[in-house]
Structure formats: C-alpha cells, structure tokens
Design a protein around this ligand. Structure first.
Ligand code: 13P
Length: 334
C-alpha cells in the first residue's frame, strides 16, 4: 500500500470548492428515480442520462472532484464509444465505484439490516482499479426507531465497513466509509446526534482494530438532523452547530476529508447546511458534499428522458454543483 498516494487522492476528493457526485444508484434505485420522471429504465436510457451528467463541462471541471459509479456504468461507453470512465477522467474528476452489494435482513434483529458484499471483494477491487477507479464506496444503513438501533446492528455494520476499507487500501483504492443513520422517522435532532455518535465511535474503533490508515480514507456521514416526520425541525444553524460538534468529538483529524450524503434533504437544505458548517471553521478536515439526490433531482426533472433537453439537464446539474461548490467554501448565499 502506498499511503502517500492514497492520501493525495483522498485530499483531492475534498478539495475546497469541489465535492463528489454520487451517481451510483443501483438498478432498482435508478428505476424509482426514472419512474418519477416518466422514463423507462433501460440500459441505454441509464447510459444516456449519466453521459449527460459526465459531459456537463462546467460542473465536472470546476465543482466535481469525483464521481461514484455503479458497476454497470463503469463498464459502459458513451454513444460515441468513449468509455464513461474516460469522460470523467478527461474532465479532471476521479472515477470511483460503489462496491457493496446492498443490504440483507440481520438475523435476530427484527427490522435491522446488514450490508453485504465482502466475498470476492479483493478480486473485484483489482478489476475496478484496472478500469480506472481510484476510490470506492460502501454504505451501511442504520435505522432509528423504537428500540433500534441495536448494538448488534451497529457492531456488524462497523465491522463490515472496516473489512471493506482495509481491502480497498490493500488494493490502492481510497475507501469512502459511509455509515448512514437514516433521517426517516419522527425522532428529533438530539436522538440523531446520540445514535450517530455511537455509530461513528464504533466505526472508528473497528477501523483501528483492522489497521485501516485514517490518512487514506474519506468519511461519508449523515448530518445531525431532525427525522423527516419530527414535528420540531431543527434550524439550519442548529444542524450545522450540532453536526460540527459531533464530528469533532468522533472523527480524528488524521482523516483528510468528510463528504456528506444528502439522505432525503431538499436541494437547498443540503446546500445551506454545508455552507453554515463552514461558517464555524476552521475545521480539522476537508468538509464537502457527496450528494446523490440533492445534485440530481433538478437535472433529472429538466432532462425527463428527452434528447432535446440535454442542455437544460446539464445546466440544472451545473447550477446545483456550483451552489454546493460555493457552500463547500462557506461562500453560498441563499
Ligand atoms: P443521497 O445524497 O441521495 O443520500 O445519496 C448519497 C449516497 O451515495 C447514498 O449512499
């Protein structure tokens, strides 16, 4: 493992003014997104859509540091035969790959999930590296509800995240470690804070036990935020203040970067929260976005599967990327 090189890539992923485009929706998830805009989820439609994003010159060259791809996409070529990975590289962004294989029910823990995909991961990482991937992503899902999460669910998911991260670093790939505490539910921001703290502490404990070099990884956490159905929604300032307090308490300064998921926040909220956090600096790590929905909802709507809307889709994507790029410097204004 060349840690200097891993650290260089991790640092580039969270460079000020830039963040990550999470375009790694599984076939099931992208179908849901396409259903919402009345587009059939065929392989060529998925390709056309993602090609549109990766050819958005302004967004890709100025505001996007890296793109997380799904397995299908990393092997796909643009309509003119150029591999999509090459489009991303030539824009100056770094290609990455989602490597978990989704979640399964966790035995003995009703309602809880464990992320799977460790079998043969070393071989898969080797192929992805050869194809150009320089970072990877693994998402663990922790739900908040009555009596959950259990310590069992937190432990097994943290263990798997660390197993994945160690395998990535051995394959010279920067792991994005994503323990997502869901914002579904009616819990308040303090309950989210408390659960996320347990999850992050357990995750870093496992990362240490399994000898993962913190300098060669990126953390992708949720923010400390009110549950979607909570009657009392915390303000932008409270989300920013509590999230920074939480991360300072749990994330060692050796970690080069933190890139948030959007998790169901509206486009504007996701931007406003990141921006407000940068008003609380200086911060010990790079802090930016790794948004899926909060970057893609607008371009999906503008595109709606029509070739004549490609320019409108690209301009909607570039707008959100620019807003989040500004927020990653604390320079966004509503
Ligand atoms: P959202 O920003 O839509 O939560 O997606 C980010 C992601 O990669 C979740 O794994």
């Amino acid at each position: 493992m060349n840690l200097t090189e891993l650290n260089k890539i991790a640092t580039a992923m969270v460079a000020p003014g830039k963040g990550i485009l999470a375009a790694d929706e599984s076939s099931g998830t992208i179908k849901k997104r396409f259903d919402a805009i009345g587009v059939e989820s065929t392989e060529s439609n998925r390709r056309d859509y993602r090609e549109m994003l990766f050819r958005s010159k302004e967004a890709m060259s100025q505001y996007i540091s890296g793109v997380i791809l799904y397995d299908e996409t990393i092997w796909q070529a643009a309509a003119d035969g150029t591999p999509l990975v090459k489009l991303i590289e030539s824009s100056g962004a770094i290609p990455g790959i989602k490597v978990d294989e989704g979640t399964q029910a966790l035995p003995m823990c009703p309602g809880e999930l464990v992320t799977v995909g460790l079998d043969k991961l070393a071989e898969r990482l080797k192929k992805y590296y050869e194809r150009g991937a320089r970072f990877a992503k693994w998402r663990a899902v922790i739900d908040i509800g009555s009596g959950i999460p259990s310590m069992t669910a937190i432990s097994v998911n943290a263990h798997a995240l660390a197993r994945y991260a160690a395998l990535c670093q051995a394959a010279q790939i920067v792991p994005i470690v994503e323990p997502e505490v869901l914002m579904d539910g009616d819990h308040d921001i303090d309950r989210c804070y408390e659960v996320t703290q347990r999850v992050l502490n357990k995750t870093f404990q496992e990362l240490r036990v399994q000898r993962v070099a913190l300098e060669g990884m990126v953390l992708k956490p949720n923010m400390a935020i009110s549950g979607k159905k909570c009657a009392k929604q915390a303000s932008v300032e409270e989300v920013a203040e509590k999230t920074i307090r939480l991360l300072k308490a749990c994330v060692p300064a050796a970690v080069p970067g933190i890139a948030f998921l959007s998790g169901g926040q509206s486009d504007e909220e996701a931007t406003a929260h990141l921006n407000a956090m940068h008003k609380l600096g200086p911060l010990p790590w790079g802090l930016t976005f790794s948004y899926g929905r909060a970057l893609q909802a607008a371009p999906q709507k503008a595109w709606s599967g029509k070739a004549e809307n490609v320019a409108a889709g690209q301009s909607a994507f570039s707008h959100r990327a620019r807003m989040n790029g500004l927020a990653s410097r604390g320079e966004w204004q509503s």
